[in-house]
Design a protein around this ligand. Sequence first.
Ligand SMILES: [Zn+2]
Length: 300
Amino acid sequence: MPIHFAAHSRRRFLAQLAGGIAAVHSASWLEAAEAEQERWLLFSDTHIAADRTKVAREVNMAENLERAVKAAVAKGKGAKGVFVNGDCAFNTGEAGDYATFASLIEPLRQAGLPVHVTLGNHDHRENIRKGLREAGEQKVVLTEKQVSILEGAKANWFLLDTLELVNKTPGLLGEAQLEWLGKELDTRKDKAAIVMMHHNPDLKEKPSGLKDTARLWEVLAPRKQVKALFYGHSHTWKVEQHESGIHQINLPAVAYVFNQAMTNGWVEAELTAKQMTLQLNAFKEEFADNGKRRVLTWRS
Ligand SMILES: [Zn+2]
């Protein structure tokens, strides 16, 4: 269930139910096809607790999100929007976590940047609705459906839902969602497809990531319009390429790291019709990849 926080200063986008389990958002601000490139700001794993002073693994998560939001607002001019790829909430997805999350991302929306959210294993489907309602949130599109598609000028973004059980580590897409994904990809062959989900692909016998990874590759690999797969979950920054040529990007956490050699932070993505350029904004400024631009060329 992706959640779309509309920007305050732009026209709200249209939400249309497209049959199946999808909501398709074809927004006026996504249709500026004349532009040479399209820029997006990518966050993951914010782990916000209701209490802004909460610290985990020596990190104040609210302060980290504030830092990312401030930097994104400063660099966000001309960007199409922000993604938060799951684990928005601290641990068990309490309603109060989402109220705090909503208040922390508010400057993005004030800056004209809509925020698109997927759910992770530390989120809770019902509580996010409750929390946002209690926070007096009126301008959030909460789709009833589990997944959605953002049709951009340079690429279509497919936002998936891998939340299986709250506060249990592995995730699952399930057959219905995989079938839906295949069908929706088949009707959009003209533009690059970028898939985003919380859990990392994981082919281990006892996965901590996505349990139906093998099935996901069966759907993605033969469909040549699929160019990139984004995920979070492991709190790791990593760019790889699947044997099919699909780029695999593990987004860093905005919150804490599990391994001190890793950095937290966020990522900028610039899309053209043929490639995507990524730039890591690491919170550990000495981190080797910090500020470097990495060009990922689309497979043909
Ligand atoms: Zn996480």
